[in-house]
Design a protein around this ligand. Structure first.
Ligand code: ASP
Ligand code: MG
Length: 436
């Protein structure tokens, strides 16, 4: 069995839902994981924000708009009146649930319950549609098996037990919700924005799937960002580590958390295109192609922080003190470079920046630079290889580079540059590394 995950745009209109239905029925008995229809989760976030600010009328406005969009989609999708009624009833139940929350004091728990409605609607619609065209589809309610523990990690034993019980019912196709889950308290929760990829990977790991397929509307992970660079091309194969670095450092096609469950259970992940289903896409597995640079990605919104101190010279424990300050402020560090008298780090979360800076100032002189971008080059970059680092830096010789990080893994070289240089840097890298 395979796990096939379809994102919001793949189920974003009546026509797209029909396309996915056709695509999945041709592929046999698999588990289909769906996101909410595109735009829905954003609207649900908006509704929650308005309720949080006690703007009830504003919330009603967004709810009404969303409701009409669903009503139009359903009318267009269903020819069969009986299943149209079924789908309408399911969708109505979700909207009734959201409306119910407009009446009580808003809380974070309510927000999560509201966010869950998007995936509940898309899966119920697909389920009803498949039945309307004669496919024996069975719905696997994610809230009955997907669970995270106190640390927010998947509770694999629980998931396995409950999912296997649900899978005992025979079907042509199983449909389930991405993104949503229950937490250790049993309350409705989620796997963070974009988390449907993660759901698919967890399910793939639990059932030892033959493959996890992430269907989007691009033919795989490209070797550079197609929004800024012309002539990019899909990368045929990536090692798990390479895909993880690319996803983390900016490639939008795959959520970074998605790689780990598949990697740990050695389940291949394939990125495929709903608009071009026969295209090869990208295969992510536990094989590293040697002697090749594979792809480039960029992560925006980075802040660099330099701590310079004479006290670092020959001192033990200086770095520990620096890192502890970030840890105490619950801020993850992305890149690190050191010299004998200073250390530079980058962060993307600046919520606690003021606190961090004032604490770091007790250790030395602190310089902060905002609006930076990490450009990450991924491939077979083990140290014994010759020339790859030189190729990367040579490509960027006209760009001012603030930090360079290499040797942290065998797969990555990262450089930190200013955001104004990003597009030029990405183009130069493509020119020098891929379009020679
Ligand atoms: N619907 C959720 C979101 O928009 C989860 C997902 O699409 O992966 O974040
Ligand atoms: Mg996504």
């Amino acid at each position: 069995m395979k796990v096939l995950k379809f994102g919001g745009t793949s189920v974003g209109s009546a026509q797209r839902i029909k396309n996915v239905a056709e695509l999945v029925t041709k592929r046999g008995k698999n588990i289909i994981v769906l996101s909410a229809m595109s735009g829905t989760t954003n609207s649900l976030v908006q509704i929650s924000e308005k309720l949080h600010n006690e703007d009830i009328d504003g919330a009603y406005g967004v709810i009404e708009g969303l409701k009409q969009k669903y009503a139009r989609t359903l009318e267009e999708l269903f020819e069969n009146k009986e299943y149209l009624a079924v789908a309408k009833e399911k969708v109505q139940a979700c909207f009734d649930f959201i409306r119910l929350h407009t009446m009580s004091n808003f809380s974070e728990r309510y927000e999560k319950e509201i966010l869950a409605q998007g995936e509940l609607m898309s899966t119920n619609i697909m389920h009803a549609y498949l039945q309307s065209i004669g496919v024996k589809s069975v719905l696997l309610p994610a809230l009955e098996y997907m669970r995270i523990d106190e640390n927010g990690e998947p509770d694999y034993d629980y998931i396995k037990d409950h999912l296997f019980t649900l899978l005992k019912v025979d079907a042509d196709i199983y449909i389930t919700q991405g993104f949503i889950c229950r937490n250790a308290e049993g309350d409705i929760d989620n796997l963070q924005r974009g988390g449907s990829d993660y759901s698919a990977s967890i399910i793939g790991a639990v059932i030892s799937a033959e493959e996890v397929q992430i269907w989007t509307d691009i033919d795989g992970m490209h070797n550079n960002d197609p929004r800024y660079v012309e002539n990019t091309s899909p990368v045929k194969e990536l090692a798990f580590e390479e895909a993880a670095e690319l996803a983390y450092f900016g490639a939008k096609i795959l959520h970074p958390t998605c790689v780990r469950p598949a990697q740990e259970h050695n389940i291949p992940v394939r990125l495929l295109n709903t608009m071009l289903p026969e295209a090869y896409g990208t295969l992510i597995h536990n094989v590293t192609e040697t002697n090749r640079i594979k792809a480039v990605a960029a992560k925006d919104g980075i802040t660099s922080i330099k701590i310079k101190s004479g006290r670092m010279l020959l001192a033990c424990g200086f770095l520990k003190k620096v890192f502890e300050i970030f840890e105490d402020n619950r801020t993850a560090i992305d890149m690190v470079t050191t010299s004998e008298v200073g250390v530079s780090v980058t962060v993307d979360n600046t919520k606690s920046l003021d606190c961090i800076i004032s604490e770091l100032e007790t250790l030395g002189e602190v310089t902060v630079e905002q609006d930076m971008v990490i450009v990450c080059v991924v491939g077979d970059l083990k140290w014994q290889n010759r020339g790859f680092e030189a190729d990367v830096l040579n490509a960027l010789r006209t760009i001012p580079v603030r930090m360079i990080s290499y040797g942290g893994s065998n797969h990555n070289i990262s450089v930190l540059i200013h955001k104004n240089d990003k597009i030029e840097a990405l183009n130069l890298l493509s020119e020098h590394l891929f379009n020679k």
